[in-house]
Write a protein that binds this ligand. Structure first.
Ligand SMILES: NC(=O)c1ccc[n+]([C@@H]2O[C@H](COP(=O)([O-])OP(=O)(O)OC[C@H]3O[C@@H](n4cnc5c(N)ncnc54)[C@H](O)[C@@H]3O)[C@@H](O)[C@H]2O)c1
Ligand SMILES: [Zn+2]
Length: 687
């Protein structure tokens, strides 16, 4: 988080004028009712682009440009502020913070010994005017000089009392926002009223604060971050507020019964050194995903009134404070689909498929939608532009549709009427839908997968047979199959002696499958057939795989730092199952791999170092093999099975009806062999 994020590239004067107009329109919508078409990241990139263009073409700067103005110059007000309500300058990382602090200390001519460090609340600034202890007026920030009267919102803002503890005359400044719970409720109310919703808590707060007449009332939250006496007030309190350190002013504010962030995990602190400031910045950033309200950075202020007074203000922002920005946690993207999955416990959960979007350091393609109620409560539709939230390690979630970006082409989201995994009924009595089979539902799918042709290849074990065995509680997972007795199987309905013996023989054959298939049967997330083969060939034994930590697992080609810990964690979870497999005598080694686990490409193997592609119909000794089995054969013989022909391909095995891959191989002068020739080459590895 050290560098400033990128900016929009502006090519010429026309593009510049368009960019300025877009920034003005967006900011006007953003501060008015939160209906901007841009997310914050896009807006910030745009403004940085405008700034960069203006730096290079100072003669072309338009008077209405948003740069250097409070609220991007897009807002006006008619209630003058007693003291301007300004913006904050930004820093992006520790180095920039240190530069800012150094220049501030040069300006005031002494080191700053006390820094106040607070969260930057992501809402709307408001000035709350109290006269003799009574709340008399609420004013928005506006253009910084004058704001808009929003006194109608009095009484709907938690944390902003009608009366203070003392009969004092004072102006409180702070942020109006919505907590996650308030946002949910606001969405539900609006959904019930006009079938639409708010895009995110900040725009819900903006819309709610500024709308005078709404048939429904939404609750807001206030957090104070400053108190100002009137400039001409010379009372004892006014003098005290002017002279106290910021942190003590905030103590006084909360003593008046006004909410501050004091009781939250991101309470303001006073730091003596920049190291301590940075430590608190990191703590606040780490706490962000769990907060009940949005923050978009950390505000660092000179705590001492004397330092603030000497530092003063620029026309746009105080010089004694700075915003340490955190990466955006929310973006607008498209909802392209909804998938339904039944989880381990039988819970049926929808998952949003998104147009990929970069968020807080990773690309997000899927996001949680929690449950059906969540979809209806938000009135989500397929094709909607949606706000997606992700911070740190939290699972990304779809916050809401951006209703004002609808085109009319949006479609209702299909809701399943039966369990997507087993086809049985859905228990809809709770908000979280469940398959009526509960945990057993997942078991059917995972056992059926393990028994599949490309895994343990257990012939004669159809899904209804698996259901029967689960219902009779003879098995709970696929390892239990290897413990079934002849008598148990015979006791099942529609199960004769012949099928019983066939099934038992299939179980015996399954025990002899190589490690790569046994591993694949485990169904570890992200490890399909070819990945399982790679893992098996890399480690050689199940013991070695189980002993591997994330770093060791990452040595396998194709497993990155994100996937490795998942594999390790899932294997740990599967330990009891694997133990049962071991005890049942299932094969736990990979043929042809040195048990030390190292050698995967011994030079004496016929295909070592070769990338082999197979296409067309197999014939001769390969005729009976599935494509997966041919691929296994290639890897046993030391080669790498690949699915497409490229310049890196060493060999194409082309059967009849080979088609385009053959043409491409010829064009690239890749060696082409028939299935028979290939069988000859790898004869000692044939199954
Ligand atoms: N999506 C859009 O179209 C769009 C348009 C305009 C602005 N924006 C977003 O708004 C941001 C600029 O917002 P801004 O001009 O309201 O604020 P700012 O970034 O200039 O910061 C100043 C504001 O910080 C707030 N604040 C929060 N916690 C505070 C604390 N502890 N102490 C002091 N102040 C605190 C106050 O409201 C203050 O007015 C941009 O970075 C952009 O992301 C988005
Ligand atoms: Zn089910």
């Amino acid at each position: 988080m050290t560098d400033a994020p990128p900016s929009t590239v502006i090519a010429d004067e026309t593009a510049y004028a368009e960019a300025v107009q877009l920034a003005l329109d967006s900011a006007a919508a953003y501060y008015a009712d939160g209906t901007s078409t841009l997310d914050d990241d896009a807006y910030d990139r745009l403004v940085r682009g405008i700034e960069a263009y203006e730096g290079e073409h100072p003669d072309q700067v338009l008077p209405q440009s948003p740069t250097g103005k409070v609220a991007g110059g897009a807002v006006v007000g008619d209630v003058p502020h007693t003291v301007p309500m300004l913006s904050l300058d930004n820093v992006f990382g520790a180095d920039q913070l240190a530069d800012w602090a150094a220049s501030l200390e040069r300006r005031i001519g002494r080191p700053v010994t006390a820094w106040s460090v607070e969260p930057k609340l992501d809402g709307l600034a408001i000035s709350a005017r109290y006269r003799r202890g009574r709340l008399v007026q609420l004013v928005t920030r506006g253009d910084g000089v004058a704001g808009e009267d929003v006194s109608h919102a009095m009484g709907t803002i938690v944390g902003l009392p009608d009366r203070l503890a003392d009969t004092v005359t004072v102006e409180l400044r702070g942020e109006v926002m919505m907590t996650a719970a308030q946002f949910d409720e606001a969405c539900a109310k609006r959904q019930a009223h006009d079938g639409t919703t708010f895009a995110n808590p900040r725009s819900a707060a903006a819309g709610t604060l500024r709308t005078r007449e709404r048939p429904y009332v939404c609750e807001l939250t206030f957090f104070g971050y400053g108190a100002l006496p009137a400039p001409d007030d010379s009372s004892e309190l006014a003098t005290r507020l002017r002279e106290l350190p910021h942190s003590e002013v905030m103590g006084w504010v909360s003593g008046q019964g006004v909410q501050t962030t004091d009781a939250t995990p991101v309470a303001g602190i006073v730091a003596e050194t920049l190291e301590q400031v940075q430590k608190r910045v990191d703590e606040i950033a780490a706490a962000r995903p769990e907060l009940e309200f949005g923050i978009d950075g950390i505000v660092v202020k000179c705590d001492l009134a004397a330092d603030q007074a000497v530092a003063g203000f620029s026309s746009r922002a105080p010089r004694w404070a700075v915003a340490y920005k955190l990466p955006a946690t929310e973006k607008i993207t498209k909802l392209v689909g909804v998938e339904w999955n039944t989880g381990r416990t039988g819970i049926i959960a929808p998952r949003a498929v998104l147009e990929p979007v970069e968020l807080d350091g990773s690309v997000v393609t899927y996001a949680t939608l929690h449950n059906v109620a969540d979809i209806t409560r938000r009135g989500l539709m397929l094709g909607d532009s949606v706000t997606v939230y992700k911070a740190g390690d939290v699972i990304p979630r779809v916050e809401a549709p951006v209703v004002h970006l609808r085109t009319g082409d949006e479609q209702p989201i299909p809701i399943p009427s039966v369990c997507p995994s087993c086809g049985d009924a859905i228990d809809m009595s709770q908000e979280r839908w469940r398959c009526v089979r509960g945990r057993a539902c997942r078991a059917i799918a995972s056992i059926s997968y393990a028994a599949g042709r490309d895994q343990l290849d257990i012939e004669g074990l159809a899904d209804n047979r698996i259901k029967q065995l689960l219902d009779a509680e003879m098995i709970a997972d696929f390892a239990d199959l290897f413990y079934l007795t002849r008598d148990q199987l015979l006791s099942l309905e529609r199960m004769g002696a012949v099928s019983t013996d066939n099934l038992l023989a299939a179980f015996e054959r399954a025990k002899a499958q190589p490690l790569s298939r046994v591993f694949c049967a485990l169904g570890v997330r992200g490890t399909g057939r070819s990945m399982s083969r790679r893992i098996a060939r890399h480690f050689g034994t199940m013991e070695a795989i189980r002993a591997a930590d994330a770093l060791a697992i990452q040595q396998v080609e194709g497993i990155g730092p994100e996937k490795a810990p998942v594999v390790v964690a899932e294997l740990a979870e599967l330990a009891p199952l694997i133990d049962k497999l071991v005890a049942a005598g299932v094969t736990m080694t990979e043929p042809g791999v040195d048990p030390s686990g190292s050698a995967t490409s011994a030079p004496e193997l016929p295909l070592s170092g070769m990338s082999v592609v197979v296409t067309g119909a197999m014939s001769g000794p390969l005729e009976e093999l599935s494509r997966n089995q041919v691929n296994e054969l290639i890897e046993r013989a030391g080669g790498k099975a690949s699915s497409s022909v490229s310049a890196k391909t060493s060999l194409l095995v082309a059967g009849e009806k080979a088609g385009s891959k053959r043409a491409k191989a010829e064009q690239l002068q890749v060696r082409v062999v028939s299935p028979e020739e290939f069988a000859e080459l790898v004869s000692e590895f044939l199954p």
